[in-house]
Design a protein around this ligand. Structure first.
Ligand code: SAM
Length: 382
């Protein structure tokens, strides 16, 4: 698999992070290449005045952040894995650190932006959130160019650019990618709350979901199945691993009110929604006992610490379907569980997590199942 990007007089070595031994995917795509080539062919750098910068939104693994290393720039993403990849790839390619600010998408966007380069995200709601934030920092002279795979650019995508930025057109497709150009125009933009809130009746909870949170429109049925099948026991240190909006950890907090719950996700929006949901829905004693951490699984967490880890594992990283994040989560869980501690997961029946857990833990019990999902339990034994 090719890890060297040769483009417009630069050679960059780029890895996807976290590393996967059997990696078959590159750390950049044709949309990155299209954006870089467009920038060069049109000499966009000539538009950058003193004290003006480039804003890079949703750079997946650092191709754009590294390529534009000579310019002042701010890099924005909702993904901790993307931001970590960007930092590692910048180090790998000896990019200077002084002229770049790397931040998550919930922080304010910088004001002195002259060029905005956007990789189209998977969900429209998250794109809408980004365009809404962007609108506040654009001037009529700002150049806005987005890029994505052809199959991710629909009429609804272009409509959002029209609504929030101004007149919008697209380029021809090259290597299955397309560019989007939007002129910044004076116009009224929708004043819309993009985060969604809905109720879980059984618990009487109101669940807040930022734009990029997993299953933001409704309660995930896998998550619901796990909430309804928490193990019996006297647990004191619990992790909701890949917490999304936090529903599984909240159910655990209700079931074991004395326990300390740690909510972990690699999405900043997810962890913020989980925090909001705990504060809004559960008593103060329980929220005082909760921690909210943006992280890659349990990487860097202490060994032999937790007695219960609950997980509805992810099966995507960005656009790619993969089980390697689930694998690392299960391995991390084994490392961080105390002796006798349990990992309880929910998974689609066809994903064969049972085999993985048997291999990692040496045991795995089918707790319950329905037509679509299984709940599995593995115990740390030494
Ligand atoms: N627990 C929630 C539920 O049941 O509705 C969400 C489950 S969703 C299937 C998986 C979650 O794992 C997503 O919120 C995703 O952002 C998160 N995730 C993906 N990769 C991760 C990683 N490396 N570390 C932590 N969380 C991750």
């Amino acid at each position: 698999m090719n890890e060297t990007l040769n483009i417009a007089e630069q050679t960059l070595v780029l890895h996807r992070h976290p590393r996967n031994k059997q990696e078959t995917l590159q750390a950049w795509d044709s949309a990155d290449e299209y954006l870089i080539n467009y920038f060069n062919e049109n000499q966009l750098e000539k538009h950058l005045g003193e004290d003006e910068q480039i804003l890079l939104i949703n750079d997946g693994f650092g191709a754009l952040s590294c390529y534009f290393q000579e310019f002042e720039r701010t890099v924005i993403s909702d993904s901790y894995l993307s931001l970590s990849s960007i930092k590692l790839n910048m180090q790998r390619n000896n990019c200077p650190e002084e002229n770049v600010l790397i931040q998550d998408c919930l922080q304010s966007f910088p004001k002195n932006v002259k060029i905005v380069l956007i990789k189209i995200p998977k969900t429209l709601a998250y794109l809408e959130f980004l365009l809404q934030q962007l609108r506040d920092v654009l001037s009529p002279e700002t150049i806005v160019v987005a890029a994505g795979k052809v199959n991710m650019i629909h009429n609804s995508t272009l409509q959002l650019f029209e609504q929030y930025i101004g007149s919008t057109k697209t380029s021809l497709a090259k290597k299955k990618s397309r560019l989007i150009f939007s002129l910044v125009e004076q116009q009224e933009v929708p004043e819309k709350e993009i985060a969604l809130t809905w109720e879980i009746e059984k618990q009487d909870w109101k669940i807040h979901n930022h734009a990029n949170v997993f299953s933001r429109n409704h309660l995930d049925i896998g998550g619901r199945f796990l909430m309804d099948n928490l193990p019996e026991g006297d647990f004191s240190k619990i992790v909701d691993l890949g917490c999304g909006n936090g529903i599984v950890g909240m159910a655990a907090s209700q079931a074991y009110p004395e326990a300390q719950i740690t909510f972990i996700d690699e999405s900043y929006m997810a962890v913020d929604s989980a925090r909001i949901n705990m504060l809004k829905n559960l008593p103060e004693e329980q929220t005082d006992n909760a921690r909210f951490v943006v992280n890659n699984g349990l990487v860097g967490f202490k060994p032999r610490t937790y007695d219960l880890i609950l997980c509805n594992p992810p099966f995507h990283q960005q656009q790619a379907i993969t089980d390697h994040i689930a694998w690392s989560m299960f391995n991390d869980a084994r490392f961080c569980l105390a002796d006798g501690g349990e990992l309880v997961i929910v998974g689609n029946r066809h994903l064969d997590y049972q085999d993985k857990l048997e291999r990692i833990f040496g045991n795995c019990e089918l707790v319950t199942e329905n037509k679509k999902f299984v709940i599995l339990r593995a115990v740390k034994m030494d």
